[in-house]
Design a protein. Structure first.
Length: 184
């Protein structure tokens, strides 16, 4: 196990993060809408998200068992920051979305690891979210324009933004309640 988090701790954290982030979108659509619309081409967001993804990846390669690739660890640890800097310098198209996709792919692992071999059926709320992040992350990295178009579609109508925010709050509340009452 790479992450020592319990199912309950992950559920509470993810539930609260979903509730908080979607509550901001619900209560401040005038700020959230333009922020989301500008996110795909934001160099500041790209830098922050790419740095988070780079640090997380570096930590993973440094600490995890690489099996037959262990002799390559030092080369990978050198290549990760070099690759991040080169990506920052030469990848201008939707870099923030691509970096967000990398983080979504990395974030799915602790969710799946905490739910692994647990008997509670409600753990599937967390598993479904993790696989949704994996699916979305693959599209964000490979075809970020699809995510850009999805953002534009959601923020084009205040009702759609409100519905997406309410859906995120409801799913976060479902995970949070499951973590409090069923995942011990």
């Amino acid at each position: 196990m790479i992450y020592p988090f319990s199912l309950q701790a992950v559920g509470i954290t993810v539930g609260l993060l979903l509730i908080a982030s979607h509550l901001v979108a619900l209560l401040a659509p005038g700020v959230t809408g333009p922020f989301l619309r500008d996110l795909p081409r934001s160099r500041v967001a790209a830098g922050v998200l790419l740095a988070i993804g780079t640090i997380w990846t570096y930590w993973l390669v440094q600490t995890m068992d690489l099996g037959e690739f262990t002799p390559l660890r030092s080369k990978m640890l050198l290549a990760i920051p070099i690759g991040a800097v080169l990506t920052w310098l030469f990848v201008d198209e939707f870099l923030a979305i691509r970096a967000l996709g990398i983080i979504a792919l990395l974030a799915a692992n602790p969710l799946l690891e905490s739910a692994f071999l647990r008997p509670e059926t409600t753990r599937l709320f967390l598993v479904v979210l993790a696989y949704a992040w994996i699916f979305a992350g693959l599209f964000m990295v490979g075809m970020p324009y699809i995510f850009r178009d999805l953002i534009r579609w959601i923020v084009a109508s205040p009702a759609r933004l409100r519905q997406a925010a309410v859906g995120g709050i409801a799913y976060g509340a479902l995970i949070f309640a499951s973590a409090l009452f069923f995942w011990k």
